[in-house]
Design a protein around this ligand. Structure first.
Ligand SMILES: [Zn+2]
Length: 143
């Protein structure tokens, strides 16, 4: 069931709408020269976040770097991918890892612009275009 957009989502939607209307800004923000360092920075943040909070080993698995056994408050839903790093506390299935690997690719493509873009796409997984692209079934949104 779709929920009304929160104030935070509406702010992100307004930001994305305005920024994407400015052609040169859109081209600069989404160029690999800007987006890729944003991905690296996000990965660094994910590694720091995961290193501080994880009680398990941090290791590459299934196309992402997994930080397991993180406290439940440290991520959204079943886990959150920040850059290349998947922050979670649960056991990992190949489907979940494949889903998160798509999110990693999204971070690579959009860099830090993924943050407002993702928020603007809405918190309802079934209608969020980034979750749809990553696969709703693999991500556990539908069974
Ligand atoms: Zn997802």
């Amino acid at each position: 069931m779709a929920t009304a957009a929160s104030r935070f989502e509406r702010m992100a939607q307004a930001l994305v709408r305005r920024a994407s209307g400015v052609r040169w800004l859109r081209a600069v923000v989404l160029s690999p020269i800007v987006a890729r360092p944003g991905y690296w920075f996000a990965t660094l943040c994910g590694l720091v976040w995961g290193t501080v909070l994880s009680l398990g080993r941090i290791r590459p698995q299934g196309g992402v770097i997994v930080a397991r056994k993180c406290p439940r408050w440290a991520f959204g839903r079943g886990g959150t991918t920040i850059g290349a790093v998947f922050i979670t506390n649960s056991s990992l299935s190949p489907d979940i890892l494949a889903h998160e690997a798509v999110h990693r690719a999204q971070w690579k493509r959009y860099g830090l612009a993924l943050i407002p873009l993702y928020i603007a796409a809405g918190r309802t997984g079934a209608t969020n275009r980034f979750e749809i692209e990553a696969g709703l079934e693999r991500g556990g949104y539908i069974s």
